[in-house]
Design a protein around this ligand. Structure first.
Ligand code: ZN
Length: 281
């Protein structure tokens, strides 16, 4: 069973949980760590022979186009994480459209490849912003990975489908690749990405993946370059955001290396090719 590995390429100061302590106007003055951290991630993946989908923030690609080149050179897939990292529910449809097109043009300009995949900042396609799927389809996107099937303060649609599937919008459709969840006591629990991956001991994550794979389902894991960087500058947002951002940063790289040794992974296009017109379920 091949699982899905996705990386959201952004820096620590882009994270919504730190927005109370780092303003957008201060981003340019923050020490940038994304270049070194992404190169380290690329080396880790290369050592394990793993290819992934990289959702690259337009803001980062514009300043470090050589990172996009390096991802392509090593055989990874480039997708969009938008331009400005503003959550969709804080944008109008027009603003979202402009942000999306700006990121797509930057990434296509660097890579020379058509960008067909998207992940919203902070998984911000929620019940209120499902219209964003129509904008993605209009702009030629073929898959999305922005709907987290959980109930959470900043994102999530708890009733959403848990496995990769086709979403129909009128006569058109788009593939959705949700981050993986564990069904427990009638609720969906996030287990295999970002802060959840950092929080849970390795054996919990690995046990979950084994269980899902035995049932015939691939697991979608997502990570960020800043999550393998315990030396990043530290800030003090409210406790909840501080915990989410900084928990176990020093352990993530080791956990990831173990994960890549134990399980097989690929990027999203690999799955779309395998699925044809059907669904993985
Ligand atoms: Zn992000």
């Amino acid at each position: 069973m091949i699982n899905i590995l996705t990386i959201d390429v952004e820096d620590y100061f882009h994270v919504l949980g730190l927005s109370s302590v780092i303003k957008k106007s201060e981003w340019e003055d923050c020490p940038q760590r994304v270049y070194g951290n992404t190169l380290r991630l690329l080396d880790i993946l290369e050592a394990s022979g793993v290819k992934a989908t990289f959702y690259v923030l337009g803001w980062v690609a514009e300043r470090r186009p050589e990172l996009v080149d390096e991802m392509l050179r090593r055989g990874h897939e480039i997708a969009s994480h938008g331009y400005s990292h503003a959550p969709i529910y804080e944008q109008t449809r027009e603003e979202f459209h402009a942000d999306l097109v700006r990121s797509k043009e930057i990434l296509e300009g660097i890579s020379g490849c058509k960008v067909i995949g998207y992940r919203a900042p902070s998984f911000s396609i929620t019940e209120r912003t499902l219209w964003a799927l129509d904008v993605l389809i209009e702009e030629g996107f073929e898959y999305d990975s922005s709907i987290y099937p959980i109930r959470y303060d900043r994102y999530g649609i708890s009733s959403a489908e848990r496995f990769p599937h086709l979403i129909h919008r009128g006569k058109r459709s788009i593939w959705e690749f949700p981050p993986s969840t564990l069904r427990f006591l009638g609720r969906n629990l996030p287990v295999a990405g970002g802060g959840y991956f950092r929080l849970y001991p390795y054996r919990i994550t690995a046990g979950f993946i084994r269980r899902m794979n035995r049932k015939g389902y691939p697991v979608l894991v997502y990570l960020h370059p800043w999550e393998i960087d315990p030396a990043q500058p530290r800030f003090k947002p409210r406790f909840r955001d501080r915990f989410r951002h900084y928990v176990n940063l020093s352990k993530t790289e080791g956990k990831l290396i173990r994960l890549l040794k134990e399980f097989r992974f690929a990027g999203i296009s690999h799955f779309i090719k395998c699925m044809g017109g059907g669904s993985l379920r």
